[in-house]
Ligand binder design. Structure first.
Ligand SMILES: [Zn+2]
Length: 393
C-alpha cells in the first residue's frame, strides 16, 4: 500500500540515530532544498578505526519524493549499522548516507523537486546538475569517491527488483553481479518478499545517468539501485525488503570475494578479458581506491590481450598486454585466470624464475572454479614475456 512518508517523524528518527551513534556518527547539513529544507548527510564509521584502510559506500534514498519506501529502507539500514548487528561492519566500512535527497517532494508525495525536476536524471554531467539538491549531493559524493553506491527507490509493482551494472562486460564480472543478486533473492525469499530474478540487473535504462551510474563512470564504484514493491506491502515490510537488499551489498565490505587478493567490494579488477585482466593494487583500501580510479580513468588507453596457451600446462603471456599512450607503473597488476584443477608450478619472467611472494613476486588464489595468478606490473616492465607453468592440482 502506498503510504506517504511522515517527514517530521523521519527527521526525528534521524536525530535519534545520530545521538545513538555517539562518536561513530557525524551529521552534516550539505545544503538545502528549493523550499529551504535541510539536506542531511550522515557519515558512519567506528571512531577509533584507521580510515585509510576502510571501504567506502554511499547510500542515498528519496530522489523520488513519492517513493517513501526507499527512505524507510534506508533508515532501517542506518539503524542496523548504528545500533544493530551491522555495527561489526564499521571497523572496515565508512558509510556516507543522504537519506532524503528530495525532502520537498517527500513532504508533498511528489516524484519531482519544487522545480519539477526529476533529480534521479540530474547527474548526466556538470551541466546537467541544475538543481540545488543534486548539486549538493554530487559534491558530497564525488569528494568521497565511493567504492560502492546504493540508491534506494520503490514502486508500485508486484515484485521488487535490483539493478546492478557489472564492472566490465565479461563473464566473470557478470557472474559476480549475478551471485550478489542471487544472495538478495535468497534473503528476500526467506521473508516471502517476491523479487524479479535477473536479467533485471542490467536493465536500468541506458539513457538514465543516475547518481549510481555517475559513480560507476567516474570512480568505477559498484552501482546498485534497489526498487522495493509497495503494491501489497505494509510500510514496515517495504522497509525490511529494501534493507535486505542494501545490507547484502554492504556486507561485502568485510568479505574477500573468491579468487580476489584483498577484502572489500569486488571492484579492483578494472579491465578484463576472459583470462587476463588489470587490477588495482595497494597496501591499504585508500591506495587501492586511488590506483583503481586512475586505471579506470585511463582505460581507453589500455589494451588487455588474452593469453595464448601453448600447451595445456604452459601459458605464454604477451606483454604488450598493456599498451597505449599511458601505462600504469605503480599500483597496477596483471591477473590471469585459469580453469580449475591446476596449480601454478612456476612463473618465469624472461627466463628468470619469480618467487611466490606478496611483496616481490606472484600470488595465487583459487575459488570453486578457477585459479588466479597475480603479478605486480612493476615487475613486468622491460621484459618481453612471462611463461606460466601449471600442473595438475
Ligand atoms: Zn524512483
Amino acid at each position: 500500500m502506498h503510504t506517504p512518508l511522515d517527514y517530521d517523524a523521519a527527521i526525528v528518527e534521524l536525530d535519534r540515530l545520530v545521538t545513538a551513534g555517539g562518536e561513530n556518527v557525524r551529521k552534516t547539513v550539505i545544503g538545502s532544498s528549493l523550499d529551504g529544507r535541510p539536506l542531511v548527510m550522515l557519515d558512519i564509521l567506528e571512531s577509533n578505526v584507521d580510515e585509510t584502510d576502510v571501504q567506502r559506500a554511499v547510500l542515498t534514498a528519496g530522489h523520488h519524493g513519492m517513493e517513501p519506501g526507499g527512505v524507510r529502507g534506508c533508515l532501517k539500514v542506518l539503524s542496523w549499522l548504528i545500533e544493530g548487528n551491522g555495527r561489526s561492519l564499521l571497523d572496515c566500512l565508512h558509510l556516507r548516507c543522504i537519506p532524503m535527497v528530495n525532502p520537498d517532494g517527500l513532504v508533498i508525495d511528489n516524484a519531482r523537486n519544487a522545480h519539477g525536476a526529476n533529480l534521479d536524471m540530474n547527474y548526466q554531467d556538470e551541466d546537467g546538475l541544475t538543481e540545488p539538491e543534486s548539486k549538493a549531493v554530487w559534491k558530497a559524493v564525488s569528494e568521497f569517491q565511493p567504492d560502492a553506491a546504493i540508491d534506494m527507490h520503490n514502486y508500485a509493482a508486484t515484485h521488487s527488483s535490483v539493478y546492478i551494472h557489472p564492472r566490465n562486460e565479461t563473464p566473470e564480472d557478470e557472474e559476480i553481479a549475478g551471485r550478489i543478486v542471487k544472495r538478495m533473492y535468497d534473503r528476500c525469499a526467506k521473508h516471502d518478499f517476491p523479487m524479479w530474478e535477473p536479467p533485471w540487473l542490467e536493465n536500468y535504462p541506458a539513457n538514465v545517468i543516475s547518481l549510481c551510474h555517475r559513480c560507476y563512470q567516474e570512480f568505477h564504484a559498484f552501482p546498485i539501485v534497489t526498487e522495493t514493491n509497495e503494491a501489497q506491502f505494509e510500510p514496515e515490510e517495504e522497509a525490511e525488503c529494501g534493507f535486505l537488499m542494501a545490507s547484502t551489498v554492504l556486507d561485502l565490505a568485510a568479505e574477500t570475494w573468491p579468487g580476489h587478493l584483498d577484502s572489500g567490494f569486488p571492484v579492483q579488477s578494472v579491465k578484463s578479458g576472459y583470462t587476463t585482466s588489470l587490477y588495482a593494487r595497494g597496501k591499504t583500501a585508500t591506495e587501492r581506491r586511488a590506483n583503481r580510479i586512475e586505471l579506470w580513468q585511463h582505460r581507453d588507453y589500455l589494451e588487455v590481450r588474452d593469453i595464448w596457451p601453448e600447451t595445456a600446462n604452459r601459458y605464454r603471456v604477451v606483454l604488450e598486454a598493456v599498451k597505449g599512450y599511458w601505462t600504469p607503473r605503480q599500483g597496477a597488476g596483471l591477473r590471469l585466470r585459469f580453469p580449475n584443477g591446476r596449480t601454478v608450478r612456476a612463473v618465469e619472467r624472461d627466463g628468470i624464475e619469480l618467487e611466490e611472494s606478496p611483496l616481490d613476486g606472484y600470488q595465487v588464489r583459487t575459488d570453486s572454479c578457477s585459479t588466479y595468478l597475480y603479478i605486480d606490473m612493476s615487475y613486468l616492465y622491460g621484459c618481453t614475456d612471462v611463461i606460466v607453468y601449471l600442473q595438475e592440482a
